[in-house]
Ligand binder design. Structure first.
Ligand code: NAP
Length: 202
């Protein structure tokens, strides 16, 4: 498949680009700093641009069959990606989100609520941005999935990703970026969580 990845130069982004290429996909990496992408491959191309560059975002998504976004707290960028996809007819959007974003399937859970409260207190802008991004994704006329994680780490992929909702006793606070990358890539072809916001952990 042809996959466009926003946040490709990040830690999860690198793992995701590598995994997508290894799986035989054709990847377009969108990057404000293309020099930070340490992967070269015949099936990898790069579109340079910031999250405020409508024209570059359209160029990056127009030939894609799926888009994965792991930039984080730049809701205006998410809005632009959605607009570009709606304009060019690309349907599948997978977005990394956080436990600061609630879902009707969640039940009260002290540890995730404490983390969300902490983020809201120490990083109010990212907290607001990630919630706004989720709201924009939820109302988009796209085949979207929001993938919610709590704390990321750099451990190797465990291969046993837990998927569910907070408060059901299934999920831990920690997710390895390798597990997240694997789950994100899987969503490109898996329609189980279409128009849903599953939470995952390692
Ligand atoms: N860290 C955590 O514990 C945690 C928890 C929950 C959710 N998440 C989310 O998980 C995802 C992956 O996290 P990570 O820690 O692996 O990512 P990361 O290493 O911090 O990389 C973030 C990526 O987003 C890009 N980016 C950030 N701000 C940007 C901006 N204003 N304009 C354009 N590009 C921007 C970065 O580009 P540059 O390389 O140019 O900087 C990089 O490619 C993110 O969406 C993050 O919000 C993280």
């Amino acid at each position: 498949m042809r996959i466009t990845i926003f946040g490709a130069t990040g830690r999860t982004g690198h793992l995701l680009v590598r995994r997508a290429l290894d799986a035989g996909h054709t990847v377009t990496a969108y990057a404000r700093n293309p020099g930070r992408l340490s992967i070269t491959h015949p099936a990898l191309s790069v579109v340079a641009g910031g999250m405020d560059d409508d024209a570059a975002i359209v160029r990056a998504v127009q030939d894609a069959e799926a888009v994965i976004e792991g930039v984080g707290s730049v809701s205006d960028g998410t809005r632009r990606i959605i607009a570009a996809m709606e304009k060019t007819g690309v349907r599948r959007l997978v977005v990394v989100s956080t436990c600061s974003v609630p879902d009707p399937g969640d039940r009260p859970d002290a540890k995730f609520a404490a983390l969300a409260r902490f983020v809201r207190t120490v990083a109010p802008k990212p907290y607001r941005e990630v919630r706004r991004a989720a709201e924009l994704v939820r109302v988009a006329d796209l085949d979207w999935t929001l993938v919610r994680v709590a704390k990321l780490n750099d451990r190797p992929a465990g291969g046993d990703v837990k998927v569910g909702h907070y408060g059901h006793g299934v999920l831990s606070l920690s997710t390895s970026r390798a597990d997240l990358a694997a789950f994100l890539l899987g969503q490109v072809t898996d329609r189980t969580y279409l128009r849903q916001a599953p939470a995952i952990s390692s």
